[in-house]
Design a protein around this ligand. Sequence first.
Ligand code: KG4
Ligand code: ZN
Length: 393
Amino acid sequence: MTVLALETSCDETAIAILRGRELLASEVASQVAEHKKYGGVVPEVASRNHLVHAPRLLERATRDAKIDIASVDAFAATSGPGLASSLMIGASIAKGLAIGFGKPYLAINHLEGHLLSPFFLSEKSPHPNLLPGGEKRPPLPQGEGVSVRPNLSLIVSGGHTMTVLVRALGDYQIIGRTVDDAAGEAFDKVAKMLGLGYPGGPEIEKHARGGDPKRFDLPRSMLDSGNFSFSGLKTAVRYLLPKIGVIPNPATRDEGSRNRSADYLGPERDQKPSGRSFAPAQDDSAIRDDTVVADLCASFQQAIVDVLVRKTIAAAQKQDVDLVTVSGGVSCNQELRRQLSEACKREGLKFESAEPSLCTDNAAMIAFAAMLKLENGFASKVTEEIDPNLVLR
Ligand code: KG4
Ligand code: ZN
């Protein structure tokens, strides 16, 4: 069975083709450059760019996969959560293809794509069979290598931070979520304050290498709750900067507590997602002392990792599962992966994470979720609407 999936929930246009468990193609076009001059994602610019990128990626994906699009058995797209005008593009293309070729359509929840990604080939191989550089691993026979085992899933990205009890495919219960910023958003905002580039997570991780994670005492919020909060940590960094001789990037001064987390439960929750917030990397005059910046990045990263690890382990123990999984862009972070894996080992829990290329937004995870659903007899109606606030259940 072959599935073609599109992911256009925010500012990445992505298309993947999956045959059984073999990833034939996975294309991602980032729009960071297009949005940079606006200091954040502009929804209309994002949707116009999806329209430009998608046909090109579609052609490239079918060429790489060496398949005729008429041989695809089902078409899938992310139907939410995300930016309405972006979601519409991917969903409309997938629906059009499904109708045109008389094949099923599958509407996939972006969060379900993330939380299933650690199971992508995990039983047979720790890696998907498309390696960086395009080299392929031998394909697995269809249907082998995957069963979604009960687990406590940590989804940690730029728009979401949540723990989810996964009982089975399609049976999910949210245990905790952020009440303000998502963890990735905190990484991005602190990187911006420091004048580092976007996305901020990889920049902070890079600068944290060799830094002292104990040098600055930064807050770990809401430790007694299952929910998360990262806004106080971001503010603590902001107030610390002048005291340690680092001049904050002027582009961040008026940002206040504006947040973009889709999990946010406060009064702004019903407003349209504000999209990614980022600034062009500032010149390095914003940064005075490399050691101070390294120590600050390491201390900040450790504060986030501490909270994520502690709450995830506590939730797994409370829900009585023996497996912890992690997914989403922030799970590319090596310190998070290492410390969460070690904590699981200490507590007698198994641990699975997705291949880094499946952690940041991509269409392979959407194709994989769609494949599992298809194999379980599930398909969506082509009349199914996109939902910018789609919840996981
Ligand atoms: O999953 P993703 O691509 O998009 C959303 O659904 O939001 O996640 C993007 C987020 C960004 O905030 C980025 O800074 C963060 O993931 N990220 C990282 C790392 N790589 C990406 N955060 C920390 N460490 C990393 N290595
Ligand atoms: Zn995502």
